[in-house]
Write a protein that binds this ligand. Structure first.
Ligand code: SAM
Length: 288
């Protein structure tokens, strides 16, 4: 595929959107804006202001990005970057692309933390931290909080450290490689996690954007998708301070089961929160 460098950005947007529509990509106009802005290194608002300018020497880059998108690679993977809770996060190939739904978890924790409920300098643990999205978003608002993000994949941990540095949060956020709570000796005011939760048997049917481009390790939650919640539930009390909050993201249809697991393990129910689509997305519990 080639694109004429003399095309105006407006015409390039139309061409890219048409090709995406023909390639059955959802929201072709929105995706076209992201691709054109990303390939030209422009913000979305700058793109609007410069629509009459020619594509110029970035035309081959845009053509390559369009070819990759038509092969079902997500825009955030192509650009190596994702906006999450107003933060710009870079992604490595081993890192899960953070989803807007996960902002529901961030919001739910911030509501609970209002009024200094967890003391003047809460300590946050993020299990399966990936890009560091949840921990970094929380620390960007809770200015006195500090936190630790743990992930089993060392390359992912390195990516989260890079994000913390770029966001000027590395003084309050540390990261390390590990298997959930393994080796931890301290306790936390808040434990958050968006663990792998897709039932293993559902993975082959996922959209290609997810199945081919998100790491399997970030997706596979075992036979019923609940393996990580069982482990977290069993061990959380030991790593939470009294009155401390456990907040997890869950997949569709899992909230009641996860709330039940937490109750059986002696945690006090903190309720279920829904995402913008109305799906039960977050389960909260407290150490009594
Ligand atoms: C669904 S992703 C969530 C990533 C990130 N927290 C987010 O919300 O975008 C789950 C993460 O858990 C990590 N993971 C998988 N098994 C783990 C384990 N046993 N211990 C720690 N992290 C694990 C994966 O590498 C992946 O980064």
């Amino acid at each position: 595929m080639t694109l004429d460098p003399a095309l105006s950005l407006r015409a390039a947007l139309d061409t890219v959107a048409r090709q995406l529509r023909e390639g059955r990509i959802e929201e072709p106009k929105r995706e076209a804006r992201l691709l054109v802005a990303g390939a030209l290194g422009l913000s979305l608002s700058d793109l609007i202001l410069r629509e009459s300018e020619p594509l110029g020497q970035r035309a081959p880059q845009l053509a390559e990005w369009l070819t990759r998108r038509l092969a079902r690679e997500p825009v955030s993977r192509i650009a190596g970057q994702r906006e999450f809770y107003g933060l710009s996060l870079s992604l490595t190939p081993a890192t899960l692309d953070p989803r807007p739904d996960t902002e529901t978890l961030v919001e739910a924790v911030l509501v609970e933390a209002r009024g200094g409920r967890f003391g003047s300098s809460p300590r946050v643990l993020d299990l399966g931290t990936g890009s560091g999205a949840i921990l970094l978003a929380l620390l960007s608002v809770l200015l006195e909080a500090t936190g630790l993000g743990i992930d089993i994949v060392p390359e992912v941990v390195a990516g989260a450290e890079t994000n913390a540095r770029r966001l000027d949060l590395s003084g309050r956020a540390t990261f390390r490689a590990g298997d959930l709570f393994e080796g931890l000796v301290e306790t936390f005011s808040i434990v958050v996690s968006n663990p792998p939760y897709i039932p293993s048997g559902d993975i082959p049917a996922l959209d290609p954007e997810v199945r081919l481009h998100d790491p399997l390790r970030a997706l596979d939650g075992g036979a019923d998708g609940l393996d990580f919640y069982r482990r977290i539930s069993r061990e959380a009390t030991r790593y939470l301070q009294p009155g401390g909050l456990l907040a997890v993201e869950v997949g569709r249809g899992q909230a009641e089961d996860v709330a039940r697991l937490f109750a059986v393990d002696g945690l006090q129910a903190g309720g279920i929160r829904h995402d913008l689509a109305g799906t039960a997305r977050v389960v909260l519990a407290f150490r009594p």
